[in-house]
Design a protein around this ligand. Structure first.
Ligand code: 13P
Ligand code: SF4
Length: 301
């Protein structure tokens, strides 16, 4: 912690000077999540809270699609991301042209796009969803069939819970695709009675073996509500660190996987972002308008 103190003090001063707020995703490391962030949460909470921010500058401590979503909802504010290379394997798995092809292949079928995509992909979509609201969004459309892009596993996990037919894409999260049902069987054998929570980006076989599946916020709420004696979160590593701070009585077992994109964000580059006003997130107006419509359509439900 002493190694972080100088950067933390500098960031807190810079936030006041620049009238800035820091939005941090649940996968950010604890020194970011607990010491400098103003708003924390899952993708859905960050999008919702981005709309209520009363500041001139938003720093998004998370990955690029999250910063783009904040910019879509705050076109007049300066949105900064500490590292432009903080991407996402799901966002990289699909292009706007792919979405147009799907629309031509399945005429009239609505396209629900996970927020883990570029603004250009959102712009080709009818509505967005997050892992926290995917089933509600799919069912809100009142149709027998939807296209859900780009996460194959999220689409299959939602399909298992609804009567709506779901046409999926082939994108995967490079972090969650590595968990297996065998991991869970081994964990249950090694830690009898352990509660297993999984993110819905995990393969369906993993979700089927878990006690509960939900977004990062839903997993955190589950721990708060049920206070299991022992829990494992089948998700990114920092999640357990952040939730464990609030629940010292819960024993966290930690076979986890790191997201290299989330880990690009550090106290040092958050400080540099505010000092040097870089990297400013910009979205072309022709893309921003339809992309914002897709995000706002989601937020209206
Ligand atoms: P949440 O919306 O559940 O926070 O998930 C975002 C994400 O990137 C998970 O890998
Ligand atoms: Fe993307 Fe997976 Fe990293 Fe989330 S954990 S940002 S879905 S690569």
């Amino acid at each position: 912690w002493p190694a972080f103190a100088e950067d933390i003090d500098a960031i807190l001063a810079l936030k006041r000077e620049r009238n800035a707020v820091i939005l941090a995703h649940n996968y950010q490391t604890p020194e970011i999540f607990h010491c400098v962030a103003d708003i924390v949460g899952d993708s859905l909470a960050l999008a919702r809270k981005a709309m209520t921010v009363d500041a001139e500058v938003i720093v998004l401590a998370g990955v690029h699609f999250m910063a783009e979503t904040a910019k879509l909802l705050n076109p007049d504010k300066t949105v900064l991301i500490p590292d432009l290379e903080a991407g996402c394997s799901l966002a990289d798995s699909i292009t706007p042209e792919d979405v147009r092809l799907m629309r031509r292949r399945y005429p009239g079928v609505p396209i629900v796009t996970y927020v883990n995509t570029s603004a250009a992909v959102k712009a080709e979509s009818d509505i967005c969803c997050t892992s926290g609201n995917a089933k509600v969004i799919v069912e809100s459309l009142g149709v027998p069939c939807v296209i859900m892009l780009p996460d194959e596993y999220l689409a299959k996990n939602v399909a298992a819970e609804t009567d709506v037919e779901i046409i999926a894409w082939k994108g995967h999260c490079e972090v969650h695709e590595r968990f297996t049902a065998t991991d869970i069987r081994e964990l249950r054998y090694a830690h009898p009675g352990v509660t297993v929570l999984a993110h819905p980006e995990c393969p369906p076989a993993v979700v089927a073996q878990a006690d509960f599946a939900g977004s990062t916020a839903a997993m955190s709420d589950y721990v708060g509500r049920h206070k299991p004696a022992r829990v494992v979160l089948m998700t990114e590593c920092s999640m357990s660190d952040n939730v464990a701070v609030e629940h010292p009585e819960v024993d966290f077992i930690r076979p986890c996987n790191l997201c290299p994109h989330m880990k690009r964000i550090t106290l040092a580059n958050i400080r540099a972002t505010l000092e040097e006003n870089r990297h400013i997130v910009m979205i072309d107006r022709q893309i921003a308008e339809p992309a914002r419509r897709a995000v706002e359509h989601m937020l209206s439900i």
